[in-house]
Design a protein around this ligand. Structure first.
Ligand code: SAH
Length: 374
């Protein structure tokens, strides 16, 4: 005899989660259950346009059919185990996955947009020296459902179902949370296709940016198969320095990375590649570095995003001075590149880049850093 609770979870466990299946997979799954293709379209609409979390709200589906679906399938979400709100409006949400692992998504509201920062892995293998996530061991890749669910849960939380065509609270997505998305290409690609589908969540590829530390062999496929905007965590202009701060550089050195950027499908002046550059005092922030950066990127449709380093306890670096960031930005600007300084958001709730589990030592900096140029 099984204990009642174990029995319950086994029953739940046998249900098939429809969230995260591609349209084709959804159709095939329903077909195997004896249901025609139009049911797949109906479910897609309810799951991704209306945000249904159960079958019984699906008023275009008859009661007995709702019950039949609910016996075999689920469209549930992971539990939100914690929600934190920053004084600047940024929200950080901790989601508990079915296997007990936890991941974070961050919502960053701005005047003209709202951006959801989505994770691709639990932890990360890259060990970038300035990133706190890099000090945690990788637990595993996220599945496509778990990536899509981050968007669904965010819209639930913001009450944005169905989402209006304009002025959305979640208008943009950045694959810049925990993990390296190009180390989990298949699941990220599948998830983003669901997110981009015009009859569902409907966030266009032009409003999605995928950030990579430079997994060169996957970059072309990213452009061809997903077609989203690319951001590259460059952070240094010589192999000598980049080898140390982004160890992936030893595998894919700068020359290969830059060549892959030049060849990135779809990059043009209207769709520039973003180069992220974390400002580390005395490491990569000199005027000579800025000039070398301009030279390195010559001919690439690029914008350069300067990121003030977000410190964490035990971090081996300090953030560059405001003056150094200003001088660096001016040189890059004078060469014709936009070089906005990324305003740190959500530092008070540890939601800024690289701060997932650490306490900010420089909360006051958020005000000083708000001198974003564009
Ligand atoms: N693995 C991907 C996705 C992470 S995106 C990538 O490396 O691009 C997160 C961005 O924040 C990256 O550009 C990363 O280098 C940067 N980052 C990490 N830790 C940081 C910190 N402590 N301060 C500022 N930026 C940081």
């Amino acid at each position: 005899m099984t204990a009642p609770s174990a029995h319950m979870s086994a029953v739940t466990g046998t249900k098939i989660n429809l969230v995260g299946l591609s349209r084709e997979e959804l159709e095939a799954e329903l077909k195997s259950f004896g249901l025609p293709a139009f049911r797949a379209r109906q479910l897609w609409h309810w799951m991704y346009h209306r945000g249904a979390t159960s079958f019984d709200v699906m008023t275009t589906i008859a009661r007995d059919m709702q019950a039949k679906l609910a016996e075999r399938y689920t469209i549930g979400r992971p539990e939100m185990s914690r929600a934190q709100q920053s004084i600047d409006g940024t929200a950080k949400w901790l989601l508990k996955l079915a296997d007990g692992n936890e991941i974070e998504s961050v919502h960053i509201p701005e005047e003209d947009r709202g951006t959801l920062c989505v994770s691709s892995q639990v932890g990360c293998t890259l060990t970038c020296k300035f990133c706190h996530t890099g000090t945690q061991r990788l637990v595993r890749n996220l599945t496509a459902p778990e990536i899509v669910q981050q968007v669904l849960v965010a819209r639930d939380k913001l009450g944005e179902w169905p989402a209006p065509p304009d002025g959305r609270l979640i208008s943009n997505i950045v694959m810049m949370g925990m993990g390296e998305p190009l180390y989990n290409f298949d699941e990220v690609s599948k998830a983003l296709k669901i997110v981009m589908d015009g009859e569902g969540i409907a966030i266009s590829k032009r409003r999605i940016t995928l950030s990579t530390a430079g997994v060169v062999p996957m970059m072309k496929r990213c452009g061809e198969e997903i077609g989203v905007n690319l951001a590259v965590s460059l952070h240094a202009v010589t192999d000598e320095i980049r080898d140390v701060i982004v160890p992936l550089n030893k595998k894919y050195p700068l020359a290969e990375l830059i060549a892959a950027c030049r060849a990135y499908p779809g990059a043009n002046n209207a769709r520039r590649i973003t180069f992220e550059y974390v400002m580390l005092k005395g490491i990569n922030d000199s005027p000579a570095d800025a000039r070398a950066l301009v030279k390195l990127l010559r001919g690439i449709p690029a914008k350069i995003n300067l990121i003030p380093f977000n410190a964490w306890p035990g971090a081996p670096y300090e953030c560059s001075s405001d003056e150094a960031i200003q001088v660096f930005g001016d040189i890059v600007n004078a060469a014709g590149y936009a070089s906005p300084v990324r305003t740190p958001r959500g530092r008070d709730i540890l939601a800024a880049c690289g701060q997932l589990k650490s306490l900010s030592e420089k909360k006051k900096r958020s005000e000083r850093d708000a001198v974003a140029a564009s």
